[in-house]
Design a protein around this ligand. Structure first.
Ligand code: CTP
Length: 221
């Protein structure tokens, strides 16, 4: 399969020096990319600014802002069979970005924000038979929130992540998640490495892809 994966944070600039971002390091998305390559898939990885090296055989596209990420996903999606939106996309950006550094003497005390596009929402019409996997990083009402996002974003699976735990979520090598599928009981997974979770998600994509194949496809090469 050809699998498109997004990873890392986005940056939303106020001026050439300052930006809004989040704690994502890209570890989870890069682990999924490695797992996919290890199982023989072709991988395109769209990454926000992270300090990780590109895994072997992965085709990497670096972006900075949510709007850059949207444009890259829209360009790449037609060539891919599955999308894993692991990136922590900034929901807002400063309304005004200046091309000169703001000085503290003139810096406004309040920064006005405007909404960024929701990437999954924007590409929903292009889903077709493609498999879409999302992540939900939550602190409260984890399952309610994750199920809402699963439905609203038209996903085949959402990985619900309680980011209040110290050994799961941002900046660590392990994760403790619950997989939420439409019309199925949530599947609570134990603490595991991000590498092992990456493998599990790729196995899900493979089995979903097999199930999506119509009988008339079954005999084709
Ligand atoms: N996502 C996206 N575009 C955005 C924000 C998020 O495509 N502008 C994707 C993320 O990559 C993730 C899923 O949507 O796969 C859920 O992201 P999350 O940040 O948990 O949820 P939000 O949609 O931002 O909703 P809320 O602010 O209510 O938590």
């Amino acid at each position: 399969m050809k699998i498109l994966i997004t990873a890392g944070p986005t940056r939303e600039y106020l001026d050439p020096v300052r930006f809004m971002s989040n704690r994502s390091t890209g570890k989870m998305g890069f682990a999924i990319a490695e797992a996919a390559v290890a199982r023989g898939h072709e991988v395109t990885l769209i990454s926000g600014p992270v300090i990780l090296g590109t895994p072997p055989e992965v085709s990497r596209i670096d972006i900075e802002t949510a709007r850059d990420m949207l444009a890259a996903v829209q360009k790449e999606l037609p060539e891919h069979d599955a999308l894993v939106m692991c990136a922590a996309v900034s929901d807002f950006r400063p309304k005004i970005t200046t091309c000169h550094k703001l000085k503290k003497s003139t810096m406004p005390p309040v920064i006005e924000l405007i909404a960024n596009p929701d990437i999954l929402h924007c590409i929903q019409p292009e889903k077709g038979n493609r498999i879409f996997v999302g992540f939900a990083a939550e602190t409260d009402n984890i399952f309610i929130e994750a199920e809402r996002k699963l439905k609203e974003k038209g996903l085949d699976l959402i990985v619900a992540n309680d980011i209040t735990q110290v050994d799961a979520g941002f900046e660590v090598d392990t994760n403790r998640v619950t997989l939420i599928h439409p019309e199925q009981e949530p599947e609570k997974l134990p603490l595991m490495s991000k590498a092992a979770l990456g493998e599990k998600l790729i196995e899900f994509i493979e089995s979903k892809n097999k199930a999506n194949c119509t009988p008339s496809d079954a005999g084709s090469v």
